[in-house]
Design a protein around this ligand. Structure first.
Ligand code: T4K
Length: 402
């Protein structure tokens, strides 16, 4: 059992780091190792490594079954899944997206010469604000991309209603939301299509990987073609396409991981409850919570620091955590509109909620690589730093951190 550190022992005060080995946000969950190696062995024995092999086909069926959607098209990553969904759904001109998201949401548009119009978020849900979406629509607007940030569904019905009234196409970036539900229906079933990311840092991964899921058979057909250079059969190319295929080893990782997916979620949930318990008495800090009546993957542990109140700023707290070998992250700082190529020419509306939030959130480690003791220790560091703000700030300022 790890000792809970006292202030004098902390790295910041000249002691060693609280954790000997680094604890990371985004540490991958890996299913049954032996089974994985066997399944990869089968891939090698079959000498069928990619191009719609049996693992990919089975993986697609399993994802479709789990999410209750008609069609799942597996891809080599979530960004390409989003790009292909955007292109095949016919988005062009301008598309409204939140700025408070991973940069891939915006880049998937800009990469295809579609202008992302950055919209502010609801500070309570961290998701795109439907009223603000409506104010941003121009004659060039063809669509909306909602992001279910942290796995918490965005205002699906309100966005559907706006999209319908203005004849816009609605897609959801569900990169964080595999295994989550909204109103009892699994994420994957909303809008024209939704995309998942199965990147290594997601609670369920295929090394790199992603998928588009949709209940629209025509769109699914177009997506399958686009994923494979537009081939409709040998020597028969019938549309523009790219190579976005998932390979057999990634699908093997996915199939083995799916057998442990309930366990991964159970661990995340227990960790989340433990964080909730440990953080509840700490002033000027709030934990992003999940709706326990819905299905949820609980993969993101996110805290908001009320910096003006707390003596200690978010960035100083990050520095302290890093000094103690806790590799917490400032997701999604500073907001897409303050990153290139968007920042230099930004002429959109002020995004006060996005900017405030991007300067106050911290994502903490979760998943099977942290246990209860680790969580208690991480929370002790946070508690100590926040409760002793001025003292910590002094030490921090005088410390040689080179
Ligand atoms: N839309 C949204 C809303 C997204 O969040 C994302 C991806 C996408 C679309 C696009 O999906 P993909 O095309 O990526 O499938 C990470 C991930 O690369 C990215 O997938 C994810 N969102 C984003 C939120 O996080 P970084 O820049 O934080 O990655 P990196 O390399 O700094 O890794 C984070 C931490 O994870 C590190 O502290 C170490 C740990 N790690 C990472 C890897 C890759 C490991 O322990 N093992 C590993 O193998 O972007």
């Amino acid at each position: 059992m790890k000792e809970k550190k006292k202030s004098a022992d902390l790295a910041l005060f000249g002691g060693g780091p609280a954790f000997e080995d680094k604890v990371h946000v985004g540490r991958p969950n890996i299913g049954d190792r032996e089974k994985l190696l066997d399944t990869i062995g089968d891939v090698i024995d079959r000498c069928w490594l990619t191009n719609h092999g049996p693992n990919v086909r089975e993986f697609e069926n399993r994802i479709a079954e789990m999410t209750g959607v008609d069609h799942c098209i597996a891809m080599n990553n979530g960004t390409q899944a989003l790009e292909i969904a955007i292109r095949t759904a016919g988005l062009s001109g301008e598309v409204i997206v939140p700025s408070f998201t991973f940069i891939a949401t915006a880049h998937a548009l800009q990469w295809q010469h579609i202008t992302p119009l950055f919209c502010d978020i609801d500070p309570g849900t961290h998701n795109i604000e439907p009223d603000k979406v409506e104010q941003m629509i121009t004659p060039q607007t063809t669509g909306i991309i909602g992001v279910h940030l942290w796995g918490r569904p965005c205002a699906v019905e309100a966005l559907e209603e706006i999209a319908e009234r203005h004849e816009l196409k609605l897609i959801f970036d569900a990169a964080h939301a595999f295994g989550c539900s909204h109103g009892g229906r699994m994420i994957g079933n909303f809008g024209r299509a939704e995309i998942f990311s199965f990147h290594a840092t997601k609670f369920f991964n295929t090394f790199e990987g992603g998928a588009v899921v949709t209940n629209d058979a025509g769109l699914a057909g177009e997506i399958r073609l686009a994923r494979n250079f537009g081939f409709a059969g040998y020597d028969n190319v019938i549309r523009l396409g790219i190579n976005a295929k998932m390979n057999e080893v990634s699908a093997a990782m996915g199939l083995v991981g799916l057998e442990s997916v309930d366990e991964f979620i159970g661990t995340n949930h227990q960790n989340y409850l433990h964080y909730q318990q440990e953080l509840k008495e700490i002033p000027w800090l709030s934990l992003v919570t999940y709706d326990e009546s819905e299905k949820c993957n609980y993969q993101y542990i996110v805290i908001e620091i009320d910096s003006p109140q707390s003596h200690i700023g978010r960035d100083l707290l990050i520095d302290i955590l890093h000094a103690e070998n806790v590799l917490a992250r400032r997701y999604f700082y500073p907001g897409c509109h303050r990153m290139e190529p968007y920042r230099s020419s930004y002429s959109g509306p002020a995004l006060p909620a996005t900017e405030k939030l991007s300067e106050s959130v911290i994502s903490l480690p979760n998943g099977s690589s942290v246990d209860r003791n680790d969580i208690s220790l991480i929370c002790n560091i946070i508690r100590f730093a926040i409760e002793n703000g001025p003292e910590v700030t002094e030490v921090h300022e005088s410390a040689d951190r080179s």
